[in-house]
Design a protein around this ligand. Structure first.
Ligand SMILES: Nc1ncnc2c1ncn2[C@@H]1O[C@H](COP(=O)(O)OP(=O)(O)OP(=O)(O)O)[C@@H](O)[C@H]1O
Length: 481
């Protein structure tokens, strides 16, 4: 078991740092009644929010029900678990069930169909304690936020992280130098999970650890778009802005819309002009990127927009709430494009076992080139549909042609239909391709012996044959990449 899990704190007393947040949670639990507000824990990843909730439940002897997957957060499920009828004691005899909703700032969108509304309703009528967990307090709908008691978790100082790392080393019987612990604690930037993961990567299999064995590359921190936008309008150095933009998990055009959404806070007309000029220049780069499939320009687009707007705002800060770009709701076409890109990237990321941000930053151009050279293999291995293939080729009719010919090859590979006269149709295997549900005309019944080239023409290819292509095979696609 990796150490981050092995050393997850079991009781509130084991949680490092955030003492006032922990105290607030304990007080809430001890005095909880059906009229209490739910808790809303928020703060950056890896600082103990989830661990604290489980520790609280253990300390209180409460059962836990975690509603994580978005498909669990439908109105019906939430009502059944937390609604007025949920007062019964659990199997273990515990009178309370603590309901945990992680990623509460991810409720918007189709995945949590009815979830946000259901949570709101459920919070009004709940008969069980509820804790919501989020990274961004302002990622939650205002109505939901106001109905909760916020508990802020802060990034941990290196001086709090270091003793925990030493404790883990001593439990694992690893002699660990001060300098190694110090280096890891510093480079974790407040994220305990990251620190423990770095320690694990550096120390596993060793009996002693010193500064030169330390791997800090484990750290793969994601920066929220809110932090990035705040930094753009605040007093942030150019280098820091570029670094943040690399760590944020958003496409340049999405970053552009977020930044544009807050540009109105620049009151000086000259500054405003400069900000819009930078945004429109970035827009040109982004458009060019998609037209030419030249992804290196993404980097320029981001730099031009962030540094330009930062210059224009002169570090005066944002004096209103940062809101998601309004245009998103209206731009269904852009949304579709976004979904296609996200799907393609997530398949690539899974196949190459790389974070999506790294893929976007470093490998998109080379992958586009490779796809152009051998689109059939990529389409087949990544199970791309026409839109997905077109993402790389930027040529819809070529993408469709390729998928048609792949579908034809697949059809030709399909086994011969069963001979006439079989007694009873065998029931198809559960995962079998349902295509031959109706038997085609058996060969023997064809009117004349036809030469292969006189065979009746193939039926037209289905509209999106790529969807039926075989599942991707991680081992072959990037061999030698
Ligand atoms: N305050 C802490 N004290 C001790 N261990 C911690 C603390 N914070 C994090 N950890 C370590 O990091 C791991 C992950 O922590 P946890 O899941 O609680 O973070 P989180 O804030 O909920 O992150 P996320 O927002 O990504 O879910 C834990 O299993 C534990 O090993």
């Amino acid at each position: 078991m990796e150490w981050a899990e092995k050393y997850r704190p079991e009781h509130l007393a084991d949680i490092v740092g955030n003492t006032s947040a922990v105290r607030q949670m304990a007080d809430w639990a001890k005095t909880w009644t059906a009229r209490s507000k739910p808790l809303l824990l928020y703060g950056k990843p890896g600082i103990g929010k989830t661990s604290s909730v489980y520790a609280l439940a253990r300390d209180m002897n409460w059962d836990v029900i975690e509603l994580n997957a978005s498909d669990q957060r439908t109105a019906a499920v939430i009502e059944r678990i937390a609604g007025a009828g949920s007062t019964t004691a659990s199997l273990t005899g515990s009178a309370r069930k603590l309901i945990i909703m992680d990623e509460a700032d991810n409720l918007q969108g189709t995945a949590d169909r009815g979830g946000a509304k259901a949570i709101l309703e459920c919070i009004k009528n709940a008969r069980q304690p509820i804790v919501l967990i989020a990274n961004d307090l302002y990622g939650l709908a205002a109505e939901l936020r106001l109905r909760c008691e916020p508990v802020q978790f802060r990034a941990l100082p290196a001086r709090s992280i270091a003793p925990r790392l030493k404790y883990i080393c001593s439990s694992e019987k690893i002699a660990c130098s001060e300098s190694a612990v110090h280096e890891i604690a510093e480079s974790a930037e407040g994220d305990m999970r990251s620190a423990v993961n770095m320690l694990y990567a550096s120390a596993i299999g060793r009996q002693s650890l010193d500064g030169k064995n330390v791997h800090t590359s484990q750290k793969d921190e994601r920066v929220s778009i809110f932090s990035l936008v705040t930094a753009v309008f605040g007093k942030t150095s150019d280098e820091e802005l570029i670094r943040l933009s690399r760590d944020v998990d958003e496409f340049p055009e999405d970053i552009e819309q977020w930044v544009e959404g807050s540009v109105h806070t620049i009151t000086d007309p000259a500054g405003l002009g400069l900000a819009y000029r930078s945004l429109s220049r970035a827009d040109e780069y982004i458009g060019y990127t998609y037209r030419r499939q030249y992804h290196t320009l993404w980097r320029y687009a981001t730099a031009v927009m962030l540094l330009g707007v930062a210059d224009a705002s002169a570090g005066k800060g944002i004096h209103s709430r940062i809101l998601p770009p309004e245009r998103w709701q209206k731009m269904s076409v852009a949304k579709k494009q976004k979904a296609i890109r996200a799907a393609v990237l997530s398949r690539l990321a899974a196949t190459m076992q790389l974070p999506q941000a790294t893929l976007r930053e470093k490998y998109m151009d080379i992958i586009t080139l490779l796809v152009d050279l051998d689109p059939e293999t990529f389409a087949r291995e990544l199970a791309l549909d026409a839109d997905g293939l077109n993402f790389f080729l930027n040529d819809k009719s070529r993408a469709q042609e390729i998928l048609k010919s792949l579908a034809k090859v697949e059809r030709e590979k399909e086994p011969e239909p069963k001979k006439k006269g079989r007694k009873k149709a065998e029931s198809p295997a559960k995962d079998a391709d349902p295509a031959p549900a109706v038997d085609p005309v058996p060969k023997e019944e064809l009117p004349v012996k036809s030469a292969p080239e006189e065979r009746p023409a193939d039926p037209p290819a289905p509209e999106e044959p790529g969807r039926k292509t075989v599942a991707h095979n991680q081992s072959t696609l990037f061999d030698g990449f």
